[in-house]
Ligand binder design. Structure first.
Ligand SMILES: [Zn+2]
Length: 213
């Protein structure tokens, strides 16, 4: 594994404490653990009914990568650790989230009916470093919402991964799917406003990585 270079002097064991340098953390708006560190970035996946039609009774849907509008499964590349960090959901019918990492057994997480679940957590099983400590392999993540009721449901669901860079070059570009014509545009990774090169449609996507400011 390449040697990692930190800008802040190390004191004791573990990772350097960036809290004295980070304005947002001083304001107390973001938990330190959930603000991307310099070598980290988030991936956020979600779906919402509406604006799409209701989720039909018995139906399953893969969440969307909201930075690109591509459907999961999402593959975290070699050179990055990835851990499941957050899941939320709010539905008017019985639903469940299926979490899959590679070919491991699926986890079925049940949402309460007419309730709201929002968990920031690390489920130890879903951390690629315990399977691949040198981050030598890509890993596949899938998030599937299933309406286990017989009636159609409204609601929303979101999951998040935190990826930590181990030694590979920074990702510079991303593939973003045009919501109007379906064309896959290649754009710089931090770009929010996208103009589809195929149809000219202009739309906006979020970016959850750390910006250089
Ligand atoms: Zn387009």
């Amino acid at each position: 594994m390449p040697k990692r270079e930190f800008k802040v002097p190390r004191k004791g064991r573990g990772r350097p404490d960036f809290s004295e340098e980070t304005y947002d953390i001083k304001k107390g708006k973001v938990y330190n653990e959930f603000w991307p560190q310099e070598d980290e970035r988030w991936k956020v996946f979600l779906f919402s009914w509406p604006p799409t039609a209701k989720l039909k009774g018995g139906a399953s849907v893969h969440l969307l990568d909201i930075e690109t509008f591509l459907s999961v499964p999402y593959t975290t590349p070699a050179g990055w650790f990835a851990r499941f960090a957050e899941w939320m959901g709010s539905f008017d019918k019985k639903t469940m989230l299926t979490v899959l990492m590679d070919d491991n057994p699926p986890f079925l997480l049940l949402y309460p009916v007419q309730g709201d679940t929002h968990e920031y957590e690390k489920i130890s099983f879903f951390d690629s470093r315990y399977f691949d400590p040198n981050a030598e392999e890509p890993h596949t993540w899938d998030f599937i919402i299933t309406n286990t009721d017989t009636e159609d449901a409204i609601g929303c669901a979101q999951t998040a991964l935190i990826m930590q860079r181990v030694g590979t070059p920074e990702m510079k570009e991303k593939k973003v799917r045009c919501p109007k014509c379906g064309f896959d545009n290649i754009v710089p990774i931090e770009q929010n406003k996208i103009t589809c090169v195929n149809c000219g449609y202009i739309f906006v996507v979020p970016y959850y990585g750390r910006r250089v400011i």
